[in-house]
Design a protein around this ligand. Sequence first.
Ligand code: G
Ligand code: G
Ligand code: MN
Ligand code: NA
Length: 255
Amino acid sequence: LAMESALRHALARNEFTLVYQGKVNLVNGQMSGVEALARWRHPEMGMVSPVEFIPLAENMGLISEIGAWALKAACRQCKSWHELGLPKVRIAVNVSTLQFRESDIPSLVTEALAESGLEPHYLELEITESVLMARVDDVSQVLRDLRAMGVHVSIDDFGTGYSSLSYLKKIPIDALKIDRSFVADIEDGTGDGAEIVSTIIDLAHNLKLRAIAEGVETAEQADFLRSKGCDEIQGYLVSRPVSGEDLISLFDRDL
Ligand code: G
Ligand code: G
Ligand code: MN
Ligand code: NA
């Protein structure tokens, strides 16, 4: 209960912040994008993980407001990296399923892009498979509107939900992000994890989508993913999530 009342005031008290984790292109080794991850810094409770506060925010009817803040803050941060003359990367922002259903996402995105001055093709939204469980026509229309604007969409935590393959073929998306539980199971390339991962990579490519592996922690996992044609990786091997300022130094590092 204490956490609920604190969460109600967290936005107004400026307690949310974003950290950023780079994605690296496995062909050229360059940083290709950055995912924004929300953090709640409470004065007494300390850092509260989004695993805790996102579901709470959904239950309390606060997710759309918090999600809108995250989208706008991420667009502003990305634009400011571009203005510093850093290599231009795309920013990925998580959109919860409830937020996707409750809000007018195309209008919100239009507003965030207009306010920040970020060009639409530098924005990517990460949604999960559960978004796709709604009426196909409604979801498709929102995704088509986003595509028409030039905004990218990827499916996060792919493989843990219930996407129908025929559905995936019909909707305009750009990438599948392979859930980190499968990546963790790659090990030496012989186990179940390895087979699931290479199957998802092939599925993505057959659907003309990029495949991105998340939670990559070891060079062995990265080598396996490269050998299977995975397009991009994200995870502790590349970098932990860091502040907007700390991310700048990652641009010059040899990844
Ligand atoms: O950053 P990491 O600990 O901690 O994130 C945990 C989970 O919280 C992940 O599934 C991530 O997608 C989700 N998450 C992080 N930031 C946001 C956000 O801004 N909005 C939503 N909806 N989910 C987020
Ligand atoms: O669900 P989503 O992919 O958006 O989650 C991102 C979450 O994964 C964040 O909590 C982030 O801190 C965490 N994360 C990022 N890289 C790694 C990694 O290499 N290993 C593990 N175990 N977690 C990671
Ligand atoms: Mn994500
Ligand atoms: Na994920």
